[in-house]
Structure formats: C-alpha cells, structure tokens
Design a protein around this ligand. Structure first.
Ligand code: HEC
Length: 455
C-alpha cells in the first residue's frame, strides 16, 4: 500500500497538492460562513450540469418537436418533471448565489490587489450564467420562451453600429424562428459550458494562488493563519452545499416548472416577460422611449458592466472593511437598492395573458399544424372551447363553443362552413376562410377530429 502510494505520488504529486491546498493550507483567521457562498454556487452548478445532461438526452432541438419532447420528458420519463424542476429552479438559484457571492466580495473589498483578476474572472462567470439563463429560456419553445427571446434579441438589435448584425446572428435570420432555437441550443450546451469551465478554472487557480483575503484587513495585510482548510473549512462548505441542494430539491418537488402553450409567432396579443433576473433591464426599457430608448437598452446596462470591470482598478484605496470606505459602500448600497427597486417594479407589473388553447401530447405533424392554424386564424376569439374543465378563448357574437358543434360535422360540411359562413349559416359575424390552402384545411380538420376523439 505504502509503496503503491509512493509510486503514484512520484508520478502524480497528488500528496503535495493535497497538502498545499487542503491539510496544510491555513486561510486567515476570522473567516465566516459568508465565504461559503461561492461553493454553494458551485454545488448548484454541478446539479445544473447533471440535470442538464438528463434533459439533453431527451430534448429534441427543433421548433417542431422541442415542446413535445419537454412534455414527454415530464410525462413519460421517471422523475422527469422533478429533473426539469431542478434545472428550472436551479437556474434562478445559481444567479442568486453568484450575485450574493459577488455582493460579499464587494463589501469585504476582496476584489482589491492582488485579486483584481479573480474579480474579473468572476464577472465573466456571472455573464456566462446570465447567458445560460437567456438561451435556456427559449429551449422549451412555449409562448413565454418565444416572446421573451424576441424582446431580448430586439434589445440586442438596438445597440449602436453592431446591433443589427448581432441580432441577425442570434436569430439566424431576420426574426426569431426555428434557426434561433438551433443556435441557442448550441450556445447553451456547447459554447457556454466551455466558457464556463475555462473561466472557472482560471477563477479557482487565482483563488489558490492568492488565498482568501483576510477579513477586515487592509491591502497587503494577509492576517494571521487560522484553522487548516481541511477539515475545518471543507466541512462548512459541505454543510452549506448540502443545505442548498436540499432547498433546490424541495423547490423542484413542491411545484412543477411552468410550461405555457406552444409558441405561435403570429400571436401579437401576447405580453412578453423575461425571467426575473432580467426584469430590471426590462423595466428600463419601459422608462426610456423614442430617441432615448438606447439609454435604457444599451448605455445604462453597459455603463454598469464597465463600472464593475473597472472597479478593482479605480478603487485602489488600501482599506477593505466596508465601514472604512464609506463612499464605495454607499455606491454599492445605492446600486443594489436601485436594482432591487427596478426588479420589484418589473415583478409587480405582471402581464395578464389569458390561458391559451392546448393540444394533446402525441398529436402527429398534421394535427399539430391544424392546431397552430386554428390559433393563427383566431377561431377561439369567438368560439370558446372547454377542455378538461378549463375554458379557453372567449365567446363573441353568440358563436357556439367548439365542444358543442364538433361532433355534428363531417369534413365536407365543415369546409363549406369555412368557405362561406354566410351562405351556409346565414351569419355575417363569422369571416369566410376561403383563402386557406388545401393542406391548411386538411390539417385543421385533422386536429378537430383528434379533439373529438378520432372519429
Ligand atoms: C369573428 C368571430 C368568429 C370567428 C373568428 C370564427 N367564427 Fe365560427 N362562427 C361564428 C358565429 C357568430 C357563428 C354562429 C353562426 C350562426 O349559426 O348564427 C359561427 C359558427 C361556426 C360554425 C357552425 C357551428 C354550428 O353550430 O353549426 C363552425 C363549424 C365554425 N363557426 C367554425 C369556425 C372555425 C373553424 C373558425 C376558425 C377558423 C371560426 N369558426 C372562426 C363566429 C366566428
């Protein structure tokens, strides 16, 4: 045993690594629980990776099938709903913890020399986490996903000079559409994980190199060594990691991740909303209109980013304790309050989207096209439809609900009504749909047949 260890150590040098980074490393005394937030974020990161791989094994990255593949994952794969819940809530928790970690670093002045680059790599990681959130939001291809992405890429499109090109590159065309889904998927599962791992490696390397900043001590004073890293700090980090994982598991078990109706691009009445961590930026969009629009969409957000990047190079005073640097502390608190106010304002201004007609899982391509055609033609603007106790659409002009007349029709009569409602029903209230292609009519009919149980 001893000889095997020696043999391995000669080649790999792991004992030295263990000693220098674990058992003999002594971070400065006085390090509290707040220093574990970064590791808590890392725990969520691991859960995101595992749940993401499970989702990716079943997800189909095409506009045609993405939505159904998510529904099938939840309905048919054991623990599918739970795993999607983990990934959904994990994304939010990830952002919360990364931001909390950043706030801790800000108020303890830990970004000061010699740790400027640790701060920069951390900022990069935050950017990647937000990009994960933005690209992942589109993947279920529901209404919420589609229209939030439209707002997001439109915002990118308003940036000066390069905006239009960036928007087109993200969309894979002029508008959000099937190519956008492919691009976001590749960004989400290939490019961002690579960027994340690279930045994380640099971040961890720098933390190893410079150690943890001594709490409350000025720059240059690395404090007195405290408890050894192993087992003292490792234990604390493990406790926080387990607590965070427990919280995430509880969230995923408590409520399923939301999924709205399948995206239908022509649905102009849909009021979009991004995920909560973009609400502050979304709120700015409402404040700055017309010629000042780019103040909200581009200048303010980017000024904020530039401020964060420059922070450790501009704020070069020796003090780290928040009480001894009142200006920076005041700036930080003001910024946080402003962000919290914007986010709250955005959250209170909740859009009121009525429930959209669903379609059953397992519809074939024609039936699904029929479903989308029915939504595009807005039949449920006049004909209500009650399915499984839930009512969709609205009743106008005394139009009968779908479930009432569905069984009465054969295809020929149905097409006659569509072509000429006035001639067949004597009504002027229903518009004629005589311009539909043969495929569209057939698809519409197939969907209705499906909905009345196949006859
Ligand atoms: C602007 C409102 C409006 C829209 C949109 C509309 N309809 Fe109608 N529809 C009506 C009204 C009103 C009637 C009832 C006419 C009557 O019998 O007096 C009707 C009747 C019908 C009927 C006959 C019902 C029966 O009791 O026999 C069918 C079938 C029908 N609609 C199908 C559709 C389909 C399919 C669409 C979408 C492609 C659609 N309608 C869109 C207003 C509308």
């Amino acid at each position: 045993m001893r000889r095997l260890l020696d043999f391995l150590d000669d080649r790999l040098g792991l004992v030295n690594v263990w000693r220098s980074s674990m058992s003999e490393k002594r971070p400065p005394a006085g390090i509290g629980w707040l220093r574990t937030i970064g590791y808590a974020a890392l725990t969520v990161c691991v859960i995101q990776f595992l749940s993401g791989v499970a989702l990716a094994l079943h997800y189909v990255p095409s506009a045609d099938l993405a939505y159904d593949s998510i529904r099938a994952f939840e309905a048919d794969v054991p623990w599918g709903g739970f795993v999607r819940g983990l990934h959904h809530y994990g994304a939010s928790l990830f952002v919360v913890l990364v931001v909390a970690h950043m706030i801790r670093v800000f108020f303890t002045g830990a970004y000061k020399a010699p740790r400027e680059f640790t701060w920069l790599t951390g900022l990069g990681l935050l950017g990647v986490v937000l990009a994960f959130g933005f690209t992942g939001y589109l993947l279920p291809w529901d209404q919420k996903a589609f229209f939030a992405t439209k707002v997001g890429t439109d915002i990118a499109g308003k940036a000066p000079i390069v905006g239009a090109a960036v928007r087109e590159a993200l969309n894979g065309g002029a508008e959000v559409g099937p190519p956008t889904l492919t691009r976001f998927y590749v960004i989400h599962v290939v490019l961002l994980p690579l960027a994340f791992v690279g930045l994380l490696a640099a971040h961890m390397f720098l933390i190893q190199r410079h150690g943890v900043a001594a709490p409350g001590r000025p720059v240059g004073d690395e404090g007195t060594p405290g408890e050894p890293y192993f087992p003292h700090h490792v234990l604390k980090e493990a406790i926080v990691g387990i607590a965070v994982a427990g919280l995430l598991f509880a969230l995923a078990a408590a409520a399923p991740a939301p999924l709205e109706a399948l995206a239908e691009p022509s649905d102009t009445s849909y009021q979009p909303r991004p995920d909560w961590y973009f609400l502050a930026a979304f709120e700015l969009l409402k404040w700055f209109k017309g010629p000042f629009e780019t103040v909200g969409t581009f200048w303010l957000p980017n000024l904020f980013v530039v401020g964060l990047v420059l922070l450790p190079f501009v704020d070069r005073g020796p003090e780290r304790h928040w009480r001894k640097r009142p200006k920076t502390t005041a700036l930080g608190v003001t910024t946080l309050l402003a962000l919290a106010a914007l986010t709250t304002a955005g959250a209170l201004d909740e859009p009121d989207n009525p429930p959209t007609l669903p379609y059953p899982l397992g519809c074939n391509h024609a039936e699904k096209q029929g479903y989308l055609t029915l939504r595009r033609l807005r039949c449920t603007d006049c004909h209500e439809w009650t399915i499984d106790g839930a009512t969709y659409g609205a009743e106008r002009f005394d139009a009968p609900p779908f479930e009432e007349f569905l069984a009465d029709y054969g295809p020929e009569e149905f097409f006659e009504v569509l072509d000429d409602p006035e001639g067949t029903l004597g009504t002027e209230d229903m518009p004629a749909f005589d311009y539909l292609s043969a495929d569209e009519r057939q698809a519409l009919w197939r969907f209705l047949v499906r909905m009345r149980g196949g006859k």
